[in-house]
Design a protein around this ligand. Structure first.
Ligand code: BG6
Length: 483
């Protein structure tokens, strides 16, 4: 592993994302020994003028629950907080960034060592509107100055609002940094069972011959949340569920299910295949889209009372290639539904020549539950135990909690931040991949924005609009009785 100073700069240090995700992930990496006090300094940067200690105070409650924490844990928290410094300044002028650079240089002069590298990681926990100016400031004032080492930037979604704006943003940032320096984070790529997808598909002989249009009837990729847009209505209303969840998180999962086998596990080999499958998606048909908005969404004072923004969407994607022609991929996401769950459902076709007359009991279905409670299970038809020769649907079940008792599954952000430090872009979105994903949804998004597509209303806490179930049925999905 590389050694030398490591400066991690969290821009937007007092914002929600930084407090809830970035700093806790850094803390967990520190706690597990992945960030060493001999090398690392974490700089918070934001506009608010506060002291180092004030920032530390604001963060500590997000790292552990103080009232439940042991004194050892609190000691680790204190040591971690001690690694954090704060610099305040604007996002669009050089003064603050020059000051930041001075602080980083101070740290580097203490920690780099004769043989070591100086490494600089900039995490933009900021709205995308300021990405271009912040990137420009980093480039002008804060690049790594030593011979070895590196400077990397991490950007979050929403990365643009449509194809044109995303490309514009990519061009602006691309003029400042090379692709290997840019880490476009999609935290779904850090989830355990999403990372397991390629292993599952390509390390198991069982699946290789089955994974195609001859055997698979439909694929569903479903995201449900049992809460609404509470507190984020203002942001959400400008984006809607397709931009918030489907165009990024679910489309990434889609790629991993549908792509061809990469030449190797190299980041670019994987991303080459993702781009190809995205480019093979045919234009979305109006009759294969159902949008919804939950009752009460517009009661949020930050949401306009005539808003048409969807909080639910179910869309059928179709891939025009040899493996998948004719197989519907139903991507579905909704807020304020009856449960919180993210899962993939791969349903197989009926058995030809069914001598058991058992098909009404349901089809084989392979379910991968990303959250909560990671699990994989395969619905199978088996003989009902007993003297009769009757059949019943049962499951081969791999529940992670049972099978891997005591193993802590890392948080997505933890894993992805570690990848940025290690320089592994396998689980990050490349520019052409981003472009291809916007190409799929932009025409539909424009029509929604122009008011040409109206969402059905659905009750908060329900399954979503009934029309979505009809769409699923039309796509040929067969509900297993009793499920
Ligand atoms: C974010 C969305 O990217 O993902 C949120 O902006 C959503 O609206 C969140 O709640 C869901 O993430 P997770 O990891 O809880 O499924």
């Amino acid at each position: 592993p590389e050694t030398g100073s490591l400066s991690i700069v969290v821009l937007g240090a007092s914002g929600d994302l930084a407090k809830k995700k970035t700093f806790p992930a850094l803390f967990n990496l520190y706690r597990q020994g992945f960030l060493s006090a001999d090398e690392v300094c974490i700089f918070g940067y934001a506009r608010t003028v506060i002291s180092d200690d004030e920032l530390r105070d604001r963060l500590s409650g997000y790292l552990v629950r103080e009232k439940d924490a042991s004194s050892e844990e609190l000691e680790v928290v204190a040591k971690f907080l001690h690694l954090i410094k704060y610099v305040s300044g604007p996002y669009d002028s050089e003064d603050g960034f020059r000051q930041l650079d001075k602080e980083i240089l101070k740290h580097e002069s203490l920690k780099t060592g004769a043989e070591g590298l100086s490494r600089r990681l900039f995490y933009l926990a900021l709205p995308p509107s300021v990405y271009p100016s912040v990137c420009k400031m980093i480039k002008t004032c804060c690049m790594n100055k030593s011979d070895g080492g590196w400077t990397r930037v991490v950007v979050e979604k929403p990365f643009g609002k449509d194809l044109e704006s995303a490309e514009q943003l990519s061009t602006q940032i691309g003029a400042l940094f090379e692709e290997p320096q840019i880490y476009r984070i999609d935290h779904y790529l850090g989830k355990e069972l999403v990372q397991n997808m390629l292993v599952l598909r390509f390390a198991n002989r069982l699946f290789l011959p089955l994974w195609n249009r001859d055997n698979i009837a439909s694929v569903q990729i479903v995201f449900r949340e049992d809460f609404g847009t509470e507190g984020r209505g203002g942001y959400f209303d400008q984006y809607g569920i397709i931009r918030d969840i489907i165009q990024n998180h679910l489309l990434q999962v889609f790629c991993l299910i549908a792509m061809e086998k990469p030449v190797s596990l190299k980041a670019d080999h994987i991303r080459d295949e993702k781009v190809k499958v995205l480019q093979s998606v045919v234009p979305i048909k109006d009759e294969e889209v159902v949008l919804g908005q939950y009752d009460g969404y517009r009661n949020d004072p930050t949401v306009p009372n005539n808003s048409n923004t969807p909080t639910f969407a179910s869309v059928i994607l179709r891939i025009d290639n040899e493996r998948w022609e004719g197989v519907p991929f139903i991507v579905k996401a909704g807020k304020a539904l009856n449960s919180r769950k993210a899962e993939i459902r791969i349903q197989f076709k009926d058995v030809p020549g069914d001598i058991f007359k058992c098909q009404k009991q349901g089809r084989n279905e392979f379910v991968i539950r990303l959250q909560p409670e990671e699990a994989m299970y395969m619905k199978l038809t088996v003989k009902q135990p007993g003297l009769d020769m009757s059949t019943v649907q049962s499951e081969l079940d791999l529940s992670y909690r049972q099978r891997y008792q005591g193993v802590k599954i890392p948080e997505a952000y933890e894993r992805l931040i570690l990848d940025t430090i290690r320089g592994d872009q396998q689980h990050f979105v490349r520019r052409d991949e981003l472009k291809a994903s916007w190409e799929i949804f932009t025409p539909l998004l424009h029509r929604i924005d122009n008011g040409e597509f109206k969402p059905f209303s659905y009750q908060a806490g329900s399954r979503g609009p009934a029309e979505a179930d009809k769409l699923l049925e039309k796509a040929g999905y067969v509900q297993t009785p009793d499920y």
